[in-house]
Structures are given as C-alpha cells and as structure tokens.
Design a protein around this ligand. Structure first.
Ligand SMILES: [Zn+2]
Length: 245
C-alpha cells in the first residue's frame, strides 16, 4: 500500500505546471492522486468520460478502432499530457481508447471543472491549439514510421520514446504490450529484444527492459525518435505566451 509520502506531486506533470495560472489555481484543490494498474482502461469510447487525468508516474497508450473489435496503437501519453480532455476540445471527434501501459500514479479531477475553465480561459484555448498542432505532428510521424521502417528500427525508436517521455532507464513493460504498440506478434518482439540484448544494448527481465547504452539504441533506431521529440515539443519552450488571462 503506497503512503502519501511516496506519492508524486502534481508538479510531476510538466503540462499541468504550464497551464495558465488561473486554470491551475481552479483545478489544483480538486485534484486527487490515484493509482492505476497495467491494462486499466482510462477512456473507453463506449462510455461517457467524467474525469480528466494528468499522468504523474504512469504512462498510457491511445488506440483507434480498426474493426472486428480490435484496436491499434496511435500514441503515447505520459507526464507531458492530459487524458480525457478531448471530449471538451473536440466533442464529436471519433472513437478512441486509452489504456495504462506503465502502472503508477495519476492526478484526476471532474471533467466539468475542466470544461468550465476551457470556456472561461482564452489562454487555455490558445494553448490547446498549440498542443493539438503538436499532437497532429506526432501522429503523422508515427504513421510515417510505421509505413517505412523495419521492426528493429521501430522497436529501438519506441524504447527511446518511452524513456524520453517518462525519464525511465528501466522500462517496466511487458513484451505483449510492446507487440501491441508495434502491431506485430509477440514472437517477433521476443526475437527483436533478444537481438539487442545479445548486442549489449538492453538487459531483459520479466516485464522489464533496462536500457544499457543509449548510443547503441540510437544507432539501431530510425530518425523518427528525433523527429518525434521535435514534433512533440515536450520541452514546451515555444509554448504560445500570447495571452495570459
Ligand atoms: Zn521510424
């Protein structure tokens, strides 16, 4: 059982601390920190969204329906993102599912509270235009990567991406989840991981991948990680400061 002492603070979410100050002040007293587990569905396209979440130590993946009840991976969400707000920004916009990839903590509050802030704050709406633009770039880069690069390149790109988003060197990820994220069979992931383990790039344990050399991993990766870092603009250095209200 986690104690309050070991729970991360809301400041662990890099997006929350860059929201307009008035929005932060309105949301902060209402935030609750909750623990989420691997495979937990945070947004289900068949159910009404009632809460929004700011990932702290957890990470989630977004999937789009591809028919026959199956879903395919379209993006990752971590400490630079918020979850569930899409129903406020683009209400009629299509189906999606968000599932926990790496278990951990998340700060949540009622969607209605966020919706009221989105109506009230021009600064928040401006910021969302900027965030959506980068989200579109990330999705485009991922689509290009999946259409162009081989599994070894894409696996290295994904491990670098997860490390970058959540600042982890030991990735607590199951091979079955990697197979889903890369759209291949589990056996193909097992072979690809064994190859980079033999090259001394990672050390494998059950549901755990430790990155031993970033140079080795970068050399195996396509250039899409670098492009994703640029496209994602996770440093928020260029965040639109035009309006501050
Ligand atoms: Zn690529």
């Amino acid at each position: 059982m986690a104690t309050l002492r070991s729970m991360p603070a809301i400041a662990a979410n890099h997006l929350f601390v860059r929201l307009p100050p008035a929005v932060q002040a309105a949301l902060r007293p209402q935030l609750r920190i909750v623990e989420v587990t691997r495979g937990q569905i945070l947004v289900d396209d068949r159910q009404t969204v009632t809460q929004i979440g700011f990932p702290l130590t957890c990470m989630a993946h977004i999937d789009a329906p591809v028919g026959d009840g199956r879903y395919a991976h379209t993006g990752l969400l971590g400490r630079h993102h918020m979850i569930g707000t899409h129903v406020v920004h683009t209400q009629p916009f299509g189906a999606r599912r968000v599932t926990v990839l790496i278990p951990g903590y998340m700060a949540v509050c009622d969607l209605a509270l966020y919706r009221a802030q989105f109506k009230r704050s021009g600064a928040l709406r401006d910021m969302l235009v900027w965030l959506q633009m980068h989200a579109h770039r990330r999705i485009g880069q991922l689509a290009a990567c999946n259409a162009t690069h081989n599994l070894q390149q894409r696996l290295a790109r994904l491990l670098l991406q997860i490390h970058y988003i959540q600042d982890l060197t030991v990735l607590p990820i199951a091979q079955a989840d990697l197979a889903h994220l890369l759209g291949v069979r589990r056996e193909a992931i097992t072979r690809a991981l064994a190859e980079i383990e033999a090259a001394g790039i990672v050390a494998l344990a059950r549901s755990r991948i430790e990155i031993l050399t970033f140079e080795g991993l970068t050399a195996r990766s396509c250039d899409c990680h670098a492009e994703l870092v640029y496209a994602g603009r996770y440093d928020y250095a260029t965040l639109n400061p035009r309006r501050r209200a």
